[in-house]
Design a protein around this ligand. Structure first.
Ligand code: HH2
Length: 260
């Protein structure tokens, strides 16, 4: 899953693709590098980010979704029903909601009615405050229980279980140690039985470990994806598709099939 943020303020690529034509070119490049789905977002969820109005978000993402959907599979990264509706009308077939349908519960019914795939992600709190002293009893058990509950809510809303993917939400209300523990024990999340989506790309915990700024976190990102793959993750939401694709190709050829 290649990331295209059509925002002025995303933590790693903010301002680079806030022009629609640049965003479309970038999405096409990521598809050519091996991404099978392009995730288009118009609202940053980085720590401290301010919410964006639906009208601004629509203006940012819809032309990009429409152009990319002509040649590649598109996911819409939004928590808002109105944005998801317009993006699906423009050709998106997957809804990536970092609030797991908690922000807009009607989004679940929409995904069900339109037969879409979706990703439900764990986040503790809201982006503006989520990094202020996050605490868990046991981060992996707590995240797993949350994802099981949101999966059940999605199924109760009419979404077939096969359409749901689950994401532990790396960096969303988590300390460095929480992120590492989730990666280390990702198999416990995969044991829920749905495909696990992993979003480690260029995130600050990699910077904490390597001392690198955002642009220098590609190698650390590849390492996290290979580790995640080995522990059962199957969708990798990344900015650096070519590098991660190479890393995963080698890992997939080398490692025994999951569960073998
Ligand atoms: N991370 C970000 C945004 N959306 N979606 C899923 N499913 N998983 C993630 O880990 C995830 C996500 C944050 O990264 P990015 O989009 O690069 O930055 P920003 O939120 O600042 O736009």
């Amino acid at each position: 899953m290649g990331v295209v943020n059509v925002t002025p303020d995303s933590f790693s690529d903010g301002g680079q693709f806030d022009d629609a034509a640049q965003a479309v070119d970038h999405g096409r490049r990521l598809a050519a590098e091996g991404a099978s789905i392009i995730d288009v977002g118009g609202e940053s969820t980085r720590p401290g980010a301010q919410p964006v109005d639906a009208s601004d978000e629509l203006e940012r993402v819809i032309p990009v979704v429409a152009a990319l959907a002509a040649t590649t599979r598109v996911s819409i990264d939004t928590m808002k029903l109105t944005v998801a509706e317009a993006a699906v009308d423009a050709g998106a077939t997957y809804v990536n909601d970092v609030t797991a349908f908690r922000h807009d519960p009607d989004l679940a019914g929409f995904v069900a009615d339109r037969g879409l795939d979706c990703c439900l992600m764990h986040m503790l709190g809201a982006p503006r405050t989520m990094q202020e002293d996050p605490r868990y009893d046991d981060v992996v058990s707590d995240v797993k229980a949350f994802l099981e509950e949101r999966l059940a809510a999605a199924v109760a809303a009419g979404i077939p279980e096969e359409r749901v993917q689950l994401d532990p939400g790396i960096g969303f209300g988590k300390t460095l140690e929480h992120n590492l523990e989730l990666l280390r024990r990702l198999g416990e999340i995969a044991a829920i039985g749905r495909p696990v989506v992993l979003g480690t790309s260029r995130k600050s915990f990699i910077g904490r470990l390597t001392g690198r700024d955002v642009a220098g976190r590609v190698h650390g990102t590849v390492a996290t994806c290979v580790i995640g793959y080995e522990r059962g993750a199957r969708v990798f939401r990344v900015h650096d598709v070519a590098a991660v694709h190479d890393g995963l190709s080698v890992a997939a050829a080398t490692l025994p099939p999951h569960g073998a």
